[in-house]
Ligand binder design. Structure first.
Ligand code: FPP
Length: 238
């Protein structure tokens, strides 16, 4: 039997969208312009990923550490998220896409946090393609929250210490119910996990294209898929 590359499409792709700032700086543009271009790249890529057969996409759009950026840049990113949630994401919703959010929602302006919750509720019964936006997300913080939740259940007598196993921890994380990522892509040439999906990435494959995020086109995603397919042919014992 011949297996096409499509047989090896990752079910869950997680992306660290890195390099918007450098993309802009190389062109003498503002970092804001880089983030806008990054949002455009994302808009083109999501439908392409879905058409390729990917079921889950998690996007690292803002980390717990990104709050330390200059206020002007944080404001720009908030405005970008807001317009994304109002426009492009609503468009995805019409196409039957489920959208959810992981991260510290309470740190966002109230209107943005409310939009996130509404969108989650409105799309929770949609299936086929699930987009998870990691906003003010940090893998360590998510583990801390999970430990607190589990400790409260132990103290409340709901569960015993012996019930604390890998399934219990996975079930207490914000990613509960979402399969672990098969492929993690970080653009811009940096080769770090930067506090993204620390628990969930235990068996993920990594791909580090040199291009900055605004240049991560569908053709670049095809290269990632081709690389992923080769790795699985080697390690899958075919
Ligand atoms: C990393 O590039 C990118 C970010 C911190 C923001 C990611 C946001 C987007 C791609 C905007 C679109 C997303 C949504 C959900 C609308 P960087 O600024 O760290 O780049 P640098 O390392 O070159 O400075």
């Amino acid at each position: 039997m011949t297996l096409s590359a499509d047989s090896f499409v990752p079910r869950h792709v997680a992306v660290i969208m890195d390099g918007n700032g450098r993309w802009a700086e190389q062109r003498g543009l503002s970092r804001t312009a880089g983030h806008k271009k990054g949002a455009e790249a994302l808009k083109k890529l999501l439908p392409y990923m879905r058409d390729k057969g990917v079921s889950y996409v998690t996007l690292y759009a803002f980390s717990t550490e990104n709050w330390k950026r200059p206020p002007e840049e944080v404001r720009t990113l908030m405005d970008l998220f807001r317009s994304y949630l109002d426009g492009d994401i609503t468009e995805l919703k019409k196409q039957g896409v489920r959208v959810s959010f992981i991260g510290q929602r309470d740190r966002f302006p109230a209107d943005l946090a409310a939009k996130m919750t509404t969108l989650e509720n409105e799309t929770k019964n949609l299936s086929g393609f699930h987009v998870v936006l990691a906003l003010s997300y940090g893998g360590r913080d998510d583990l801390v929250q999970a430990v607190r939740r589990l400790a409260a259940r132990v103290l409340g007598g709901e569960i015993n210490i012996d019930d604390l196993d890998t399934a219990a921890i996975a079930g207490a994380l914000s990613t509960a119910g979402i399969p672990d990522p098969d492929l993690i892509i970080r653009t811009s040439g940096e080769q770090r996990i930067s506090n993204f999906l620390l628990w969930e990435s235990a068996y993920s494959e990594y791909y580090f294209p040199k291009v900055f995020w605004p240049d991560f086109t569908p053709a670049e995603f095809d290269k990632a898929l081709a690389e992923y397919a080769l790795r699985h042919r080697r390690y899958g014992g075919l």
